[in-house]
Design a protein around this ligand. Sequence first.
Ligand code: HEC
Length: 149
Amino acid sequence: MRVKALAALALSLGLGASSGSAAADVVGSDRGKTERGETSTRGPDLRGETLRGDAARGARLYESRCGGCHSVDANRIGPLHRGVFGRRAGSAAGFDYSPALRASRLNWNEQNLERWLADPERLIPGQAMGYRVEQPQDRADLIAYLRQL
Ligand code: HEC
C-alpha cells in the first residue's frame, strides 16, 4: 500500500517535472528524443506488469544517459553496474557511496530501480546521484537492460 503510493508519486513527479526543475536540464536531452524515434521493435512481454522494457533500446539509453558517470565493469563517478539487478544497494566493491545510499538497506529489484531512476532523492534522501529519468518507458527500457547485466 505504502509502496504503491510512493511509486505513483514518483511516476507523477517524473511526468510532471519537464517544465523547470533543476534536474530537467540534464534529463531532458535532445539525444533522448532522437533515440525515441528509432524504436520500432518491442520484445515479448515477459513480466506482465507495468511497462515492458526493451533491453536493446535500454542499452542505447544507458550509453547516452548513464555512460557519462557509469560503466558496466568499472567504478567511475558512479558505481559499476554489472550484476546490479538483485544486488543490495550500495554494495559494489571499492565504490565510495554516500552514507545515505549505503544505509538504505534496499535491494535493486525492479520496483526500487523504477523509483530510483524516477527520482533518486525521493527514494533515498541525501544520496549522491544528480540525475533523473523522466519518461516511464525510458526507465522500463533501462531496467530491462540492467537486469541482464
Ligand atoms: C551525474 C552522474 C550520474 C549519472 C548521469 C547517472 N548516475 Fe547513477 N549514480 C551516480 C552516483 C554518484 C551514484 C552513487 C550514489 C550514492 O552513493 O548515493 C549512482 C548510483 C546509481 C545506482 C545505485 C547502484 C548501487 O550499486 O547501489 C544505480 C542503479 C544507478 N546509479 C543507475 C543509473 C542509471 C541507470 C543511469 C542512467 C539513466 C544513471 N545512474 C546515471 C551518478 C550518476
